[in-house]
Design a protein. Structure first.
Length: 166
């Protein structure tokens, strides 16, 4: 099979070289496009003819033992590291969303921390607490409004949201 493929490749390369030489010799006249078409048919014939001549060689599968080509993968995906990265990304996005809610109301956030366990198979899964440190004066009514909004959005008790004003 390898001999067949290598001789086929040699024939194609030889045909392309011959075609290139003939095209270089050709003068630029109105017959050049017809000669190029004949050269293209010649190259196409060289590509197809070995397949037609040797179709029984190409279709015989009995000589191949597929059991020798079984692939085995020893690559093990560490799902725990992926879960940790996804959990970190989720917590970062959660912090950004909480920070954005306060910034939309005109508050300057110095720090936002979220304590959560995202593994649902564990007993204490969920958001344990959200702590937000705010700079400057704060209106308690507006803070309670933001607190309720966050509690509703993340379906947690509003007592788990701690707001520290500095």
């Amino acid at each position: 099979m390898i001999n067949f493929l290598s001789s086929w490749a040699e024939q194609i390369v030889l045909a392309v070289i011959i075609a290139t030489i003939i095209e270089m010799i050709l003068p630029d006249n109105k017959n050049k496009k017809y000669i190029q078409m004949v050269i293209g048919v010649y190259i196409l014939f060289n590509i197809i003819s070995p397949i037609i001549k040797n179709k029984e060689v190409l279709t015989s599968v009995e000589e191949y033992n597929l059991n020798n080509y079984n692939t085995s993968s020893n690559y093990v995906i560490d799902q725990s590291s992926m879960d940790e990265r996804i959990e970190k990304i989720y917590l970062d996005e959660l912090e950004k969303n909480v920070t954005t809610k306060f910034e939309e109301k005109g508050y300057i956030i110095s720090k936002c921390t979220i304590d959560a366990e995202l593994d649902t198979s564990k007993r204490n899964a969920g958001i344990h607490s959200i702590t937000v440190k705010i700079k400057g004066p704060a209106d308690e009514a507006r803070l309670d409004e933001i607190k309720k909004s966050i509690a509703e959005e993340y379906e947690i008790d509003s007592n788990k949201i701690n707001i520290i004003v500095k």
